[in-house]
Design a protein around this ligand. Structure first.
Ligand code: ADP
Ligand code: MG
Length: 369
């Protein structure tokens, strides 16, 4: 089932003495989520991710704009009529019910002609439990489960109705690092197996990048950029998106362009035909540095971290906005840890220029992937 958001807007009125200003939690959000895909909705805390999910689920009403599931306008339908499955960060399971009873719960709410016979309900609960691999835990209560297992129960409970759309709001935040990794793979597998259109909300760019077919990057209620994770990483439209994606983060320098040459400090580092003279921000991905004995960019070497396949150089540069500059180079490149400075050439496809005022991307010949 495709989901279409049309100029979706949610404004919360200011309330109380200290909050007179209204907050636009979601501003003019238009997007078509293709049928059967997993979309990662990504952005820092407070950017409007949860509000967007609440609007799609029907828990909140938009101030303006429409929502379609397939061709049907669902904007005025209550949540229970929309055929959605919801999983929140604080998966509230019923503590006094067993796992099986928790999963059965949504089915028991079916009324009238939708009501299922008991045996069919048990069958569906069994199917959902197998999907998330908790079929052996059906007789336990939530208190007797680990965090990861509880989250699986919550997912099974959202899946048992075979929803048309699955909405997941930071579902992995309460899990430790290893479980988080494992559970996100699970979610991806389940999504592929069931083909349910899924919206996965997270503030963790790595999480979103690793499992999404498409990502939507938000900032302060506004969509910044949408696309395949790799495309957005390789071709960010503004400084915010460039900085939000990637670990280690992109290195940002203040620089300027003069006569189609890019300067970082006094170093002329790259030809940038097509960019007018002026002040810019220069973003360089960590993998964009090539050590080179007469390279044009000079940085002070602060440390060398060997991490298996790659070597990470920790560097300093006077005009860097980040506290340290990080360059990732192949593990087989010899680096003398005792040198004071390292010189680099930059890979033009890994260098992004941004207007100093608007922070929008400035394109030069060779800057597009
Ligand atoms: P996120 O999930 O990305 O962290 P939210 O959607 O929860 O962000 O919130 C977006 C903005 O809307 C925030 O500024 C938040 O304070 C505000 N907000 C969210 N819910 C309400 C509400 N019920 N009343 C007033 N403001 C709200
Ligand atoms: Mg939230």
């Amino acid at each position: 089932m495709k989901v279409v958001l049309q100029n979706l807007t949610k404004v919360f009125p200011g309330r109380g003495r200290r909050a007179k200003k209204a907050v636009t939690a979601v501003g003019d959000f238009s997007y078509e989520i293709p049928d059967g895909k997993l979309i990662g909705l990504l952005g820092p805390s407070g950017c409007g991710k949860s509000t967007t999910l609440h609007l799609i689920s029907g828990l909140q009403k938009p101030t303006s704009g429409r929502i379609f599931f397939g061709e049907e306008d669902v904007t005025d339908l209550p949540p229970e009529k929309r055929g959605i499955g919801l999983v929140f960060q604080n998966y509230a399971l019923y503590p006094h019910l067993t796992v099986e009873q928790n999963i059965l719960f949504p089915l028991q709410n079916f009324k009238g002609k939708d009501k299922l016979p008991k045996a069919r309900m048990l069958e569906k609960a069994e199917e959902a439990s197998r999907l998330v691999q908790i079929e052996d835990l059906m007789d336990r209560r939530p208190g007797e489960l680990s965090g990861g297992q509880q989250q699986r129960v919550a997912i099974a409970r959202a899946l048992v109705k075979m929803p048309k759309v699955l909405l997941l709001d930071e579902p992995l935040s309460n899990l430790d690092a290893r479980l988080r990794l494992q559970t996100r793979e699970e979610i991806r597998r389940i999504q592929r197996e069931t083909g349910i259109t899924t919206i996965f909300v997270t503030h963790d760019q790595e999480e979103a990048m690793s499992i999404s077919d498409q990502i939507v990057v938000m900032k302060e209620g506004n969509v910044q950029q949408t696309g395949k994770p790799q495309e957005v990483y390789d071709d960010p439209v503004n400084l915010f998106v460039a900085r939000f994606l990637g670990t280690p983060p992109i290195n940002v320098f203040v620089g300027h362009v003069q006569g189609s040459r890019l300067y970082i400090g006094a170093d002329a580092v790259l030809g940038v035909a097509g960019v007018p003279d002026g002040e810019v921000y220069v973003g360089v991905r960590p993998e964009g540095f090539v050590p080179c004995k007469d390279g044009s960019l000079t940085c002070d070497l602060k440390g060398v971290e060997v991490m298996g396949r790659d070597t990470s150089l920790v560097l300093a540069n006077e005009v860097s906005l980040n506290p340290v500059v990080r360059a990732i180079i192949g593990g087989d490149e010899p680096v003398d840890e005792k040198v004071q400075t390292v010189r680099f050439e930059l890979k033009s496809g890994k260098v992004f220029l941004f207007d100093r005022e608007t922070e929008k991307r400035l394109y030069f010949e060779g800057s597009r992937p």
